[in-house]
Design a protein around this ligand. Structure first.
Ligand SMILES: [Zn+2]
Length: 155
């Protein structure tokens, strides 16, 4: 199967279609990632990743799945369309820095993509602006979640 790309996703106009296109439906970080925590952390701390990540956010105007009406007011996650694996990171594969393989998402959209559960998209709708209403972690947790594949919050 040809791998999914950002350009192909962009041809789908709606948020729902883009979500359906990108969803993975597998468990998070099971066989693909194992417990390579150090490797993963080193990657997310790297300048190279930070540069690419900023580029993606600018390109997508900070919008969920790059849909213009879905501006993100909570921390922005940058999702790897073709998920990262330990080998990709270890080998410094260009796929993990490829703009065609990256897209902005919210925390909830990100989880939904990885779990393939559209129920998690209840919050993903065009934005009505209320302060903090899209920040479920504004209640004491650190903002990092074990469900996360490790995508750090936008800093
Ligand atoms: Zn992801």
């Amino acid at each position: 199967m040809a791998r999914k790309t950002y350009s192909e996703m962009l041809e789908l106009p709606t948020f729902e279609e883009r979500y359906e296109y990108l969803k993975l439906g597998g468990g998070f970080g099971t066989a693909t990632y194992g417990s390579s925590r150090y490797l993963k952390q080193r990657f997310y701390m790297s300048n190279e990743w930070h540069d690419v990540r900023n580029e993606v956010i600018v390109r997508d105007c900070g919008c969920d799945l790059a849909v213009p009406e879905y501006e993100i007011f909570s921390p922005i996650y940058v999702h790897h369309i073709q998920p990262m694996t330990r080998d990709l990171v270890y080998n410094h594969d260009r796929l993990i820095f490829d703009l065609e393989n990256l897209v902005c998402v919210t925390y909830n959209t990100h989880k939904a993509i990885h779990y393939g559960d559209a129920m998690m998209l209840m919050d993903a709708k065009p934005v009505e602006r209320f302060p903090n209403d899209t920040c479920p972690w504004k209640g004491g947790t650190s903002g990092r979640n074990e469900f996360d594949t490790g995508h750090p919050r936008f800093r």
